[in-house]
Design a protein around this ligand. Structure first.
Ligand SMILES: C[C@H](CCC[C@@H](C)[C@H]1CC[C@H]2[C@@H]3[C@H](O)C[C@@H]4C[C@H](O)CC[C@]4(C)[C@H]3C[C@H](O)[C@]12C)C(=O)SCCNC(=O)CCNC(=O)[C@H](O)C(C)(C)COP(=O)(O)OP(=O)(O)OC[C@H]1O[C@@H](n2cnc3c(N)ncnc32)[C@H](O)[C@@H]1OP(=O)(O)O
Length: 382
């Protein structure tokens, strides 16, 4: 796989860093998640393909162990607020001294500098500060965050993984590591560059919820069907819009012009009324293959059964019969082959990882009896 041989240390954190680690593991990197000792069950639901080592970083001996692990690693991902690693004596200066080839990825909400650098926050806070949140929401409603997808994952974990891939590539020439300051505010804003760069087109110079792509336009929205499901309509271009009207059996000569903003509300109620008369399956039968940009809104349970997704095997089922998206993008010669085994237990691989890193059995036993590490062997499935 593309990242085979890349050794990653992911310090256990909330959503963004685990997603970044999972991406790297899916594409072949050996990812070790460094968990806290006595931490109880891990909340990391994106741990596939990772191993877990439980280590008390607050102890000097524990910090020493991490330094030695870093000497044998290519990437470190740290998900803490600015300054925490320095407090532990594990800041970039120290670790890059131990290993000048180390790629030290710092995944935070607000970045390593600035007024908020030490502030707590979650996706919605970063999205708010990025400027994107002010554009998200329906007319006359408050802005709303689309789950924690945009800052945590798109602008956080994914952008950080991109930064790591670029730093790995750069290192093939310079032979040097570097520090990645991945701020989720900036990552989310960067993902949303289109909002700034396309201002001149005038796609969203009207109030929130009254624009082309933010539920203002009747031909770019969702509609409820008679069986309580929904259809998604994205018929932007005139040729697709005509196909939409045809599928809805509406006479365009009797309707206002597609881009007559003032008529959008009345056009939307005509579409709402029309879509409410048939089931989702009936609308799919009408629209599939007609280039009208109309698709069924599928639930997480339905997606893997949809013929298109089934044909491409877009969703995978692990050994515990749990379904999740397959890694993307699909590389033709070195595709990702995600691990389908169960997620690691906290500390399940502590012993084997320390042994691989050159610790003797006596050193490991000493660390364990001092509570610096935790070794939780998986109970054999009887
Ligand atoms: C929207 C998402 C949130 C996704 C996660 C959610 C699924 C869960 C988050 C909260 C959960 C709920 C909550 O716990 C309450 C209930 C509990 C109940 O049991 C279950 C139900 C709950 C409702 C539960 C349900 C869910 O699990 C949750 C909702 C996000 O936005 S995630 C993005 C968050 N932001 C970032 O990642 C940006 C960078 N990080 C930070 O800014 C901070 O880490 C953060 C997130 C603000 C947390 O700050 P905190 O003070 O807690 O930590 P830090 O300042 O970073 O310091 C870390 C300290 O930990 C020490 N440490 C780390 N590793 C080790 C180690 N191996 N050994 C020893 N010590 C370690 C480190 O030294 C620091 O110590 P100090 O604080 O003393 O310096």
């Amino acid at each position: 796989m593309a990242l085979s041989g890349v050794r990653v240390l992911e310090l256990a954190g909330l959503a963004p860093a685990p997603f970044c680690g999972m991406i790297l593991a899916d594409f072949g990197a050996q990812v070790v998640r460094v968990d806290r000792v006595k931490s109880g069950p891990q909340m990391d639901s994106m741990a596939r393909g990772k191993r877990s080592l439980a280590l008390n970083l607050k102890s000097p001996e524990g910090a020493q162990v991490l330094k030695k692990l870093c000497v044998h690693s290519d990437v470190l991902i740290e998900p803490f607020r600015q300054g925490v690693m320095e407090k532990l004596g594990l800041g970039p200066e120290r670790l890059l001294q131990e290993n000048p080839r180390l790629i030290y990825a710092r995944l935070t909400g607000f970045g390593q500098s600035g007024k908020y650098a030490q502030e707590a926050g979650h996706d919605i806070n970063y999205l708010a500060l990025s400027g994107l949140l002010s554009n998200l929401g329906r007319k006359n409603e408050n802005p709303y965050a689309p789950l924690n997808l945009l800052a945590d994952f798109a602008g956080g974990g994914l952008i950080c993984a991109l930064g790591i891939a670029m730093a790995l590539f750069e290192r093939t020439k310079s032979k040097k590591g570097q520090v990645i300051d991945a701020s989720m505010v900036e990552g989310a804003a960067y993902v949303g560059s289109f909002l700034w760069k396309a201002q001149a087109i005038g796609l969203w110079n009207r109030p929130r919820g009254e624009n082309l792509l933010d539920s203002g336009a009747p031909f770019y929205d969702t509609y409820k069907t008679s069986d309580g499901k929904f259809m998604a309509v994205g018929a932007l271009e005139p040729k697709f819009y005509q196909a939409l009207l045809k599928g809805l059996d509406l006479d365009s000569t009797k309707l206002p012009d597609q881009l007559s903003f003032s008529d959008w509300p009345s056009l939307k109620s005509i579409f709402t009324d029309t879509f409410s008369k048939k089931t989702q399956a009936e609308w799919c039968k009408i629209f599939d293959g007609t280039d009208s940009c109309v698709s069924p809104v599928l639930s997480l349970e339905e997606v893997s059964l949809h013929p298109h997704n089934k044909e491409r095997r877009s969703f995978i089922r692990d050994h515990e019969e749990k379904v999740s998206p397959r890694p993307a993008p699909l590389l033709s010669r070195t595709p990702a082959t995600p691990c389908l085994r169960r997620d690691p237990l906290v500390g399940e691989h502590t012993h084997e990882i320390l042994k691989e890193t050159g610790f003797t059995p006596e050193e490991i036993a000493k660390l364990q009896s001092a509570g610096i590490i935790e070794c939780n062997k998986a109970k054999a499935n009887l």
